[in-house]
Design a binder for this molecule. Structure first.
Ligand code: ADP
Ligand code: ADP
Ligand code: ZN
Length: 216
């Protein structure tokens, strides 16, 4: 199964991705997670991208595409994958098509999690992430049992430095670059829109239903 999640920052991609990988066993490929891991490890890639993530601007296409190309060539991606946060621009979408074509693969579906802009600020500024396992929480919408502690692994929860109001407004402005992708995948008959302004469980019921049909 080759699946892509499309949606603005805060739409709920990462939250649904956790459930998709658990249920369907395909690897979760998140460019944001890969960039944050590179920054934490102080690799050359991390040094190259850290100022973009900090301010909320998009990393240049060339760098991003190279990272995804390498990841898709790893053995675990040969039997399916879940792309989360890539592509985000038209050149990235075109590069992905070319890459999948070379590999003799194609996307099965693009799940577009649609949430109105106004809702996103509250989602992003209340987001908390586990330092150890990467699980996502929200101070109001998805609180952990004990404040500041991960339910799954007891790890410490933190606020991403780009989830502050200043960086969030920059990130939400980048939607102009991502919006054309809705049409791009509509024209290729791959787009399935999911209403993301409902509870996490209701969104998951739709996502799961769509993927179960594809799997059959
Ligand atoms: P969110 O989950 O809020 O949508 P991500 O974790 O996906 O955020 O991305 C965090 C940051 O990483 C982005 O603000 C951007 O700087 C960078 N990034 C992630 N994916 C891409 C991409 N496909 N193209 C360019 N930059 C990206
Ligand atoms: P994305 O990966 O698209 O940026 P996340 O999955 O990280 O988005 O979700 C952003 C924030 O909103 C997180 O704090 C998450 O717990 C919360 N969230 C996700 N889905 C919902 C939902 N359906 N209703 C309310 N809050 C949600
Ligand atoms: Zn954890």
């Amino acid at each position: 199964m080759q699946v892509m999640l499309l949606g603005l920052p805060g739409a709920g991609k990462g939250t649904q991705a956790e459930r998709i990988t658990q249920t369907f066993g395909i690897p979760h490929i998140s460019t944001g997670d890969m960039f944050r891991a590179a920054i934490a490890a102080g690799t050359p890639l991390g040094l190259q991208v850290q100022s973009y993530l900090k301010s909320g601007r998009l990393v240049p296409d060339g760098v991003t595409i190279a990272v995804v190309r390498e990841r898709l060539l790893e053995p675990d991606a040969s039997r399916g994958f879940l792309l989360d946060g890539f592509p985000r621009t038209l050149p990235q979408a075109e590069a992905l098509d070319a890459l999948l074509n070379d590999l003799g693969k194609a996307l099965d579906v693009v799940l577009y999690i649609h949430v109105p802009q106004e809702v996103l600020l509250a989602r992003l500024t209340g987001r908390r992430v586990c330092k150890t396992c990467g699980a996502t929480y929200h101070v109001h919408f998805q609180p952990p049992a004990v404040e500041g502690v991960c339910d799954k692994c007891q790890g410490e929860l933190y606020q991403r430095p780009d989830d502050t109001e200043e960086a969030v407004s920059t990130r939400l402005e980048q939607y102009r670059q991502t919006e054309p992708l809705v049409r791009y995948y509509q024209e290729r008959n791959l787009l399935r829109q999911v209403d993301g302004q409902r509870t996490i469980e209701d969104v998951w019921a739709d996502v799961r239903g769509i993927l179960e049909k594809i799997q059959r």
